[in-house]
Design a protein around this ligand. Structure first.
Ligand code: MN
Length: 488
């Protein structure tokens, strides 16, 4: 864990440097059909089995907009607290590439569907608000396959025409850690909204990372380089670190940074120049004559607003204000939709605070050790809530609960059954405990005298004896009460 002060500055020969980062995230819209055709978007199908004539850019084919994708983009915009633009337009972004049969990508240039918004990050040094510049809709391209044949490259158009949201962030990020939190938070918001599944290893979420550096304290932005298409948080962080150091070395040696597009080589952990940076005019953007401007009425937007679920930030505040969770615990619970769903299932039948403690300490301990995600949890939410209730109503102590939990991990059994079978039930009969305690007092008169003459530390000795004589099953609260009375 970092200390509670932002301190990501890189050391150069001439002093400390600040790193400025802005992300352009491409997020695949969760939708069964593509943006302008009815073809399926299913992942992992055989090449070119999900390609309509529109996706293959056959002459004379016309795009028809998928209303659901528009709803998803608006929903995402609302989740980012962003301005929804009631008027937007589709443009053609022209470039030549083997996997782009149209020769252009339909995108939104001047008039995106979503304007400025924000994402709040929980950093060890406090919350940080990162600005969103815009969100626009565009088509994905196909995919070139170079590893199928020694002499030929092939093209798979299954991805061609799939709807993407390009989410352009402001250059507000200052460290690899902030970038990690930003991507996680954005992914989490979209998963809560069900607008992008965020599966980075399937290419559903990838980012172009813009990096520049400046001397600590400087207000001017340096020239930036864009690292294309990075598809894991770890790689983004490594690429940023490499790229920032590269730029610092160049500037300190008297050189200048050329604005360019670079790629990150994951095997060598370095960035390499791909091409000098193209500007918007290089793409010869112009309005797509096949598509009318997109005009949304306020009712359409209002109706989407009504379907918004509780989002991570709101949920965090509710857990803190209504249920007394700490900010730390609450931010872990809300960090992933799967974790939050599991938590709700446990807490709705038990105790909110104990549920958080048991998940964060015991359950995550096991999951981390076994390298599992919460959806593969060996303990079901129902069984964990039962365990918590057994602690709460005094059937078992917190200590015994840990033993029971270990057995639950082995075979996800109902804790009530485990306790019954192994006789782990807490001894909570005051009369039985009194007999045991009376015996301890009788057999340790010397200690009783010492205690009464002021050696109050001995109290824990008596508690220890009682726990020993009950084989660890004595109700600690009751033992304390009875001992206090008897030793007065
Ligand atoms: Mn794009």
């Amino acid at each position: 864990m970092a200390d509670n002060k932002f301190d990501y500055y890189l050391d150069g020969k001439t002093g400390k440097w600040e790193v400025i980062i802005g992300l352009e995230v491409h997020a695949q819209v969760t939708s069964r059909a593509k943006l302008f055709s009815g073809s399926s978007t299913k992942f992992g199908s055989d090449p070119n089995t999900q390609v309509s004539l529109v996706d293959a850019a056959m002459p004379g084919m016309l795009p028809v907009i998928n209303k659901f994708c528009i709803e998803q983009a608006v929903k995402t915009g609302l989740g980012l607290k962003a301005k929804i633009n009631r008027f937007s337009k589709f443009d053609r972004k022209n470039y030549f590439y083997a996997d782009l049969p149209q020769g252009y990508q339909i995108s939104q240039f001047k008039f995106p569907i979503v304007g400025e918004g924000e994402i709040v990050l929980d950093m060890p040094y406090g919350t940080k608000v990162v600005g969103i510049e815009r969100l626009h809709l565009e088509q994905d391209a196909g995919k070139s396959l170079h590893d199928q044949d020694p002499e030929n490259s092939f093209v798979d158009l299954n991805r061609s025409g799939i709807a993407l949201m390009e989410i352009v962030g402001k250059p507000d990020l200052r460290s690899p850690e902030e970038v990690g939190q930003y991507v996680k938070k954005l992914r989490s918001i979209m998963r809560y909204l069900n607008t992008c599944d965020g599966n980075m290893d399937e290419g559903s979420l990838r980012a172009d990372v813009n990096v520049s550096v400046r001397k600590q304290g400087s207000q001017q932005l340096g020239t930036r380089c864009e690292i294309k298409n990075v598809n894991s948080i770890k790689f983004m962080q490594q690429a940023i670190e490499y790229e920032a150091k590269r730029q610092i070395d160049i500037i300190e040696d008297g050189g200048t940074i050329n604005q360019e597009t670079r790629l990150y080589d994951t095997k060598k952990n370095e960035t390499r120049s791909m091409r000098s940076k193209e500007d918007a005019h290089d793409y010869r953007y112009f309005p797509d004559p096949d598509l009318l401007p997109l005009v949304l009425d306020s009712e359409f937007i209002e109706n989407i607003k009504k379907t918004l679920p509780e989002l991570p930030d709101e949920k965090k505040h509710r857990l803190m204000n209504d249920f007394g969770l700490s900010s730390y615990d609450a931010s872990i619970i809300i960090s992933e939709k799967d974790i939050s769903d599991y938590y709700e299932d446990v807490a709705k039948n038990s105790d909110y605070k104990l549920a958080a403690n048991w998940m964060i300490v015991e359950l995550f301990g096991i999951l981390n050790k076994e390298g599992k995600e919460i959806k593969d949890s060996p303990v079901s939410a129902v069984n964990l809530s039962k365990l918590i209730n057994l602690i709460k109503n005094g059937t078992i102590s917190g200590k015994i609960a840990k033993t029971v939990f270990e057995q639950m991990v082995q075979r996800n059994e109902n804790p009530e059954v485990i306790i019954e079978k192994s006789g782990l039930k807490q001894q909570s009969d005051p009369k039985e405990l009194e007999i045991i305690i009376d015996n301890i007092i009788k057999n340790n008169q010397d200690k009783v005298i010492e205690y009464k003459s002021g050696k109050i530390k001995l109290f824990s000795f008596f508690v220890g004896q009682a726990m020993k004589d009950t084989a660890g099953k004595g109700n600690p609260q009751l033992i304390n009460n009875i001992l206090s009375k008897k030793l007065k």
